[in-house]
Design a protein around this ligand. Structure first.
Ligand SMILES: NC(=O)c1ccc[n+]([C@@H]2O[C@H](COP(=O)([O-])OP(=O)(O)OC[C@H]3O[C@@H](n4cnc5c(N)ncnc54)[C@H](O)[C@@H]3O)[C@@H](O)[C@H]2O)c1
Ligand SMILES: O=CCC[C@H](NC(=O)CCC(=O)O)C(=O)O
Length: 488
C-alpha cells in the first residue's frame, strides 16, 4: 500500500509494517509500512525544493488553494467524519464537529495571518518603516491521535499560509485520517512538495525530529514526548519549536444554585471524547457543604447514566471507545493504583468489553491521599478533592507542573475575579466547560503544558518571523551630520 506522500507522489513505506485498528471492534482499518529514514530525508528535500516558489506565490493564490481544501472538506465531510470515527472510536456526532473545526480553521487562520503577521507601514521623516513577516522554511508537524484531523490542521494551515512547506508525521494510531487529509489537499490543487506525509511509528518520528535540515517543529502531543523534543532542540536557537502538550486540569466548584447545570459542565469538562482531550478536567474541587454534596450526588447519578457505545450507533452515545484497549486498561490500572493509595471509588471506571477501548466513566475521591502524583490520566476518570476553604482549593489547583486549562463554577462574580487573579493556566473559564476551546482565541498552556507558543489564533506567530525595515527610495545625505563627520 502506498502510504507516504513525497513531492505529491504516493510511495510504499520502506520501514517497518504497522496498522491501525478500530478500537470499538478490533477491525484493522489501515495497514502499511512506515517511512524509512531515507524517505524522511526525501520528504524534507521535496519540501525544501518547493519552499521558495511556494513562498513567492502571491498570497491570494495560496489562499485559493486553502479555500479549495475547505471545499473538499465540505464535499467529503460525511466520509471524513466516518473515517475519523472508525479509526479513533469517537462517536459520529463528535467527528462531524471535528471536520467542521477543520473547515472553519482556514478563515480564522487568514484573519490571524493578516492581524498578527501582516505588513504594517509607518511614516517617518524621509523614509518609511515596515514590519513584515517571513516564513521559517521547512517545518515538521507532529499530531496526536485524539483529534487526528483538527489538531495537525491547526499547524498545517497557518504554516503553509505563511509560506512554509511541511513534512507531516501523524500519530501512528491514526494513519488513515492523515492519508485522507492529504488526498483532499491533492484534490485542492496543492503544488508538489508543499505538504509531504511521512507515516510510521517511533523511528519515523525520531528521524524527522532529529533531522538537521528542518527549520522548525510544531508538535501537539504528550508532555513526555514534548519534553524529549525540547531537550533535542537545546543548542539550536535558530530553529522554532512550538509545543502543545497535556495538562492536569483543575475545575473548582463553589456555591452554584443550578445543580444540574453544574453537573452538565463537569461532565462536558471531564468525560467528552472519553476524557481524551488535553483540556479535560482531571481534578474536581468540590466544597464540603450541602451544595457540594448535592452537586456530587447528582454528578454520580448522571455519570452512571452516560451512554457509551459504538461510533455509529443509531442512538448516538456521549462517549465512544478510547483509542485502544491498551489505553482503556491503562485507565483501569491508574484507578486501581489510586485506590491502593487510599482513594475511594465513587463510580467505577470499568472496561466494558474485552478486546476494545470501551470504558465506563469513573469518579474517584482522592481527598485522603496526601501526596498524589502530578500526572495526566488521559481518559474518563475525574479525581474529586473535597475542600473547606476556597483559597486552599485554588492553591491545590495550582499545585501542578502543568497549566493548560482551569475553570470555576460559581454564582459569585467576586469569587471568579479572585480565581482569575490567582489561577495559573492558559485557558481559564467561568461557568462554562473547560473543554471546547475556540480556534479564534489563543490556545496553549504554561509550565509543562507548552513552551509559550500558543496555537489556534496565535499559531500565526510561530509560523513566521518578523522583519523590521526602514526604507527610502534614494540615499539622502542628512542636512546635519553627526559630530566629527566631514563629508565633502
Ligand atoms: N495542548 C494541546 O493542544 C494538545 C492537544 C491534543 C492532545 N494533547 C496531548 O497529547 C497527548 C495524546 O496524544 P498522543 O498520545 O498521540 O501523544 P504522543 O506524544 O504519544 O504522540 C504525538 C506525536 O509524536 C510522535 N512521537 C512520539 N514519540 C516521539 C519521539 N520520541 N520523537 C519524535 N516523535 C515522537 C508520535 O508518533 C505522534 O505523531 C495527551 O497528553 C494530550 O494531552 C495536547
Ligand atoms: O485535546 C486537545 C484539544 C482540545 C480542544 N481544543 C481546541 O480545539 C483548541 C482550538 C484549536 O486548536 O483550534 C478543546 O479544548 O476541546
Amino acid at each position: 500500500m502506498n502510504t507516504q506522500l513525497i513531492n505529491n507522489q504516493w510511495h510504499a513505506g520502506q520501514g517497518p509494517a504497522f496498522n491501525s485498528v478500530n478500537p470499538s471492534n478490533g477491525e484493522v482499518v489501515w495497514q502499511g509500512n512506515g517511512a524509512s529514514p531515507e524517505q524522511v530525508s526525501s520528504a524534507i528535500e521535496a519540501a525544501r525544493a518547493a519552499q521558495i516558489q511556494w513562498a513567492d506565490m502571491p498570497i491570494e493564490q495560496r489562499i485559493t488553494i486553502l479555500e479549495n481544501f475547505v471545499a473538499q472538506l465540505k464535499e467529503h465531510s460525511e466520509e471524513f467524519a466516518s473515517i475519523i470515527a472508525r479509526e479513533t472510536g469517537k462517536p459520529l456526532w463528535e467527528t462531524r464537529t471535528e471536520v467542521g473545526a477543520m473547515t472553519g480553521k482556514v478563515a480564522i487562520a487568514i484573519r490571524a495571518y493578516n492581524e498578527r503577521t501582516g505588513t504594517t507601514e509607518n511614516p517617518m521623516p524621509g523614509a518609511k518603516a515596515f514590519i513584515r513577516h517571513k516564513p521559517h522554511g521547512v517545518v515538521a508537524i507532529f499530531g496526536p491521535y485524539n483529534f487526528p484531523g483538527h489538531l495537525p490542521n491547526g499547524h498545517i494551515v497557518p504554516a503553509i499560509l505563511a509560506g512554509n512547506t511541511v513534512v507531516f508525521k501523524p500519530s501512528e494510531l491514526t494513519p488513515h485520517v492523515a492519508q485522507f487529509t492529504l488526498e483532499l489537499w491533492l484534490k485542492a490543487g496543492l503544488p508538489a512538495g508543499v505538504i509531504n506525509l511521512v507515516q510510521g511509528e517511533l523511528e519515523t518520528g525520531k528521524a524527522l525530529a532529529s533531522h538537521q535540515d528542518i527549520d522548525g517543529l510544531f508538535f501537539t502531543g504528550s508532555s513526555n514526548t514534548g519534553h524529549l523534543l525540547h531537550k533535542q532542540f537545546a543548542g539550536h536557537p535558530g530553529k522554532i519549536l512550538a509545543l502543545e502538550m497535556g495538562g492536569n486540569n483543575p475545575l473548582v466548584v463553589k456555591d452554584v444554585a443550578d445543580v444540574s447545570a453544574a453537573v452538565h459542565d463537569i461532565i462536558q469538562s471531564g468525560f467528552i471524547t472519553s476524557g481524551q482531550r488535553c483540556t479535560c478536567a482531571r481534578r474536581l474541587f468540590i466544597e464540603k457543604s450541602a451544595n457540594g454534596d448535592a452537586i456530587l450526588e447528582k454528578l454520580i447519578s448522571a455519570t452512571k447514566n452516560i451512554l457509551v457505545d459504538d461510533s455509529f450507533a443509531d442512538d448516538q452515545p456521549f462517549m465512544g471507545a478510547m483509542i485502544s484497549e491498551k489505553a482503556a486498561l491503562g485507565m483501569v490500572a491508574a484507578q486501581a493504583d489510586l485506590v491502593k493509595q487510599g482513594a475511594e471509588v465513587l463510580v467505577e471506571l470499568k472496561q466494558l468489553k474485552p478486546g476494545t477501548g470501551f470504558v465506563s466513566p469513573g469518579i474517584i475521591d482522592v481527598t485522603k491521599i496526601d501526596e498524589i502524583a502530578d500526572e495526566e490520566h488521559f481518559g474518563p476518570l475525574i479525581k474529586v478533592y473535597r475542600y473547606t476553604d476556597f483559597d486552599s482549593a485554588i492553591a491545590e489547583a495550582n499545585n501542578t507542573s502543568f497549566g493548560l486549562s482551569a475553570g470555576l463554577l460559581a454564582d459569585s462574580e467576586d469569587d471568579y475575579s479572585h480565581f482569575l487573579k490567582r489561577i495559573r493556566a492558559g485557558i481559564v473559564n467561568w461557568n462554562r466547560p473547560i473543554t471546547g476551546a475556540s480556534s479564534a482565541a489563543p490556545f496553549g498552556g504554561i509550565g509543562a503544558s507548552g513552551n509559550h507558543r500558543a496555537s489556534a489564533y496565535y499559531a500565526a506567530d510561530y509560523c513566521a518571523y518578523p522583519v523590521a525595515s526602514v526604507e527610502s527610495e534614494k540615499v539622502n545625505l542628512p542636512q546635519t551630520l553627526a559630530p566629527g563627520l566631514i563629508i565633502e
